[in-house]
Design a protein around this ligand. Structure first.
Ligand SMILES: [Zn+2]
Length: 67
């Protein structure tokens, strides 16, 4: 088992957050998040409205992955 569920990918995919196709980003579970969205995510704080959106997205992902 890998220690982390994220890994760098270089194939490119459609970002789950901005829905744009990007060449590089993170593979989170079965979903792709581009580098710019990932960067934005780590810079958000919990008071930010966007943070809620991201967290919900991630929660949906987890649910899909488990269930
Ligand atoms: Zn994105």
């Amino acid at each position: 088992m890998p220690k982390t569920k994220t890994m760098k990918v270089r194939l490119g995919d459609c970002c789950m957050v901005c829905k744009k196709r990007k060449a590089e980003g993170l593979q989170v579970l079965n979903t792709f998040m581009c580098e710019s969205c990932e960067e934005e995510l780590v810079q958000l704080n919990e008071q930010d409205d966007k943070y809620e959106t991201y967290v919900k997205q991630m929660r949906n992902l987890s649910t899909n992955f488990i269930g």
